[in-house]
Design a protein around this ligand. Sequence first.
Ligand SMILES: C[S@@+](CC[C@H](N)C(=O)[O-])C[C@H]1O[C@@H](n2cnc3c(N)ncnc32)[C@H](O)[C@@H]1O
Length: 227
Amino acid sequence: MDFDTNKRQIRSFVLRGGKMTTGQKKALDELWPVYGIEDKQSLAFPEIFGNENPVWLDIGFGNGESTAFAAAQHPDVNLLGIEVHLPGIGHLLIRMHEQDLNNVRIMRDDAVDVLQTQITDASLDAVHVYFPDPWHKKRHHKRRLLNADFISLVISKLKSGGRLHIATDWEEYALEVQALLIQFADLENTVSDNGFADRPAWRPETKFERRGQRLQHNSYDLILVKR
Ligand SMILES: C[S@@+](CC[C@H](N)C(=O)[O-])C[C@H]1O[C@@H](n2cnc3c(N)ncnc32)[C@H](O)[C@@H]1O
């Protein structure tokens, strides 16, 4: 489950150690071989999921709340979750086991690398990026995941009619991304006047969102569709 963190200079995450619970360790030992993807080749979704169902990509899923939630609500959809934080992966594997979710697969990697090298163009039905690290200090803004290169990359991987759904509780980041997205003619905001959307049924309130609420932060959802 190792990956090369030196390939690109600036990454949107810092690998934290993070203590794992016994349950998470057990889940990683027993369930990662079943649901984890270690392949570094181009991903063949019908082989990976065993069906031709639509694929939704959840980038930086944290502890996997949103991935498990969407997978349970939409058994006719395949969820591919990418996260670098190992305890979070263990947490999602436990959830999958408890909820008997077979429509989730997990990769431990930088989602940018995976998108660039392993995901076929026009193969995704949705890309979800929920509460990406805001890197709020100005000198760290270069680490923000949501930038013009990333959006172009995502557009190339979405099917026509596919969805890009971003949520953040960091207002300044939300406004920056809102202004960025309008520059992409291939994306159409599902809300008029390039507005923010209400939280849709497929996205639960996540841990990071609840923490934001305690700090009086609002959540901002942007839901766009590829033309
Ligand atoms: C603030 S957390 C949000 C987690 C979750 N989406 C939620 O809403 O609770 C952001 C997560 O994104 C992950 N992350 C950041 N950049 C990533 C990347 N390039 N590839 C994969 N995961 C990434 C981090 O490890 C972290 O767990």
